[in-house]
Design a binder for this molecule. Structure first.
Ligand code: FE2
Length: 372
């Protein structure tokens, strides 16, 4: 039986000042963010929160070492709520802190996944338009000792409240807009094609695709800051794509993209874009009917084109926002590809079980070769 859950309360406000007022931010709140975000949006607001800046513990996407350092750094800080303001990294770290309850390592949290209990109220405020992490029940950490990114999933990882503040996207560079919105688009497509999809998750996925593709058609090929005119739509799309995949799951694109992120440090949405077209083409080759047919019909409608052209028109539009590069441009070699497939099969079954149709080892190798 498919069920649909959206546990966080979702609030939309115009500005950081309004968010601070609605949430009643104060001295018992721990604001987890990046220092530049704090300086830009919070410093002059007279908010008396405790602060913790991620970059004091490491840069980039979350690693086990970074989270272990933050857990140790929390020390005896006394706070009731965690207010996480940032991209997927910040929100994922905050989810782990909210359930840490004295645990001092990522290893301990992953080892105790079934018994996690949230001990701090969590408010998640995204500053990118991609991860949808403010409404998902997963935290993804690069477990450097295992050489892979690994998702920790638990209902205890849901935020209590998600706040959408378009003002926070003002400082987002174009490249981050492009890679994160690409991720949101792929969340929606993978959720829509997932065998775990339900009519409710489909509604969210379809609306996210509609908002992102309408925005992309207005943005592609135009000046780098035009997307900001549509920032509220992209932020909403990211949020509802997050709700869709939190319920229906992501699949092969995310699974096959993980080695590109963990080993070659390609931004998550960009890595997914590299594999998105080859995966959809493989799905079409193997099983053109069913939900894939419905996706093509939806895309043809959104892109004003024939169903037969829908996927290629979609890939062209995505390239117009962010040019897709072949994997060898990132330093990936043919030998690497041979090692990717067993690694993905071993560590990404959580995602692979949501594949639209079965992909064999040979299929996965062919997908990587076609993206090479
Ligand atoms: Fe993603």
């Amino acid at each position: 039986m498919n069920i649909f859950a959206l546990p966080p309360r979702v609030i939309g406000v115009e500005s950081v000042a309004e968010a601070a007022q609605v949430l009643g931010l104060g001295a018992r709140d721990l604001l987890l963010t990046n220092e530049y975000i704090y300086d830009l949006y919070f410093k002059d607001k007279g908010i008396a929160c405790l602060t913790l800046f991620q970059e004091e513990y490491g840069f980039g996407e979350p690693t086990d070492a970074m989270v272990d350092g933050i857990l140790a750094g929390l020390g005896q800080l006394a706070f009731d709520r965690i207010i996480a303001v940032g991209g997927g990294t910040i929100l994922d770290i905050a989810k782990l802190l909210a359930v840490a309850d004295g645990a001092r390592s990522v290893e301990a949290l992953y080892g105790n996944a079934r018994a996690l209990k949230k001990t701090h109220t969590l408010v998640a405020i995204p500053t990118t338009c991609g991860t949808g992490a403010e409404v998902t029940n997963i935290a993804v950490v690069n477990r450097t000792r295992l050489h892979t990114k690994d998702g920790l999933v638990s209902p205890e990882l849901y935020a209590d409240c998600a706040v959408l503040v378009p003002e926070l996207l003002d400082s987002l560079p174009y490249k981050v807009f492009a890679t994160t919105s690409m991720d949101a688009l792929i969340h929606a497509a993978e959720a829509y094609l997932s065998p775990q999809a339900s009519p409710l998750s489909d509604m969210f996925a379809e609306k996210a695709l509609q908002l992102i593709l309408r925005g992309y058609r207005l943005v592609a090929g135009r000046a780098a800051d035009v997307w900001k005119d549509y920032a509220p739509d992209f932020l909403t799309a990211s949020n509802i794509a997050g709700a869709a995949f939190s319920n229906a799951g992501c699949a092969a694109v995310h699974a096959l993209g993980y080695p590109l992120g963990s080993r070659f440090h390609i931004p998550h949405g960009e890595a997914n874009q590299v594999l998105f077209a080859p995966v959809l083409r493989k799905y079409e080759e193997k099983c053109p009917q069913g939900k894939l047919f419905a996706l093509k019909m939806l895309l043809a409608n959104l892109l004003d084109c024939r169903m037969a052209d829908a996927f290629e028109r979609l890939f062209e539009l995505m390239d117009g926002v962010l040019v897709r590069k072949a994997m060898h441009n990132y330093g990936v070699t043919e030998q690497d590809i041979g090692a990717f497939v067993p690694s993905v099969l071993e560590s990404q079954q959580r995602l692979l079980r949501n594949n639209y149709t079965e992909l064999t080892e040979k299929d996965m190798l062919a997908i990587y070769r076609s993206a090479f």
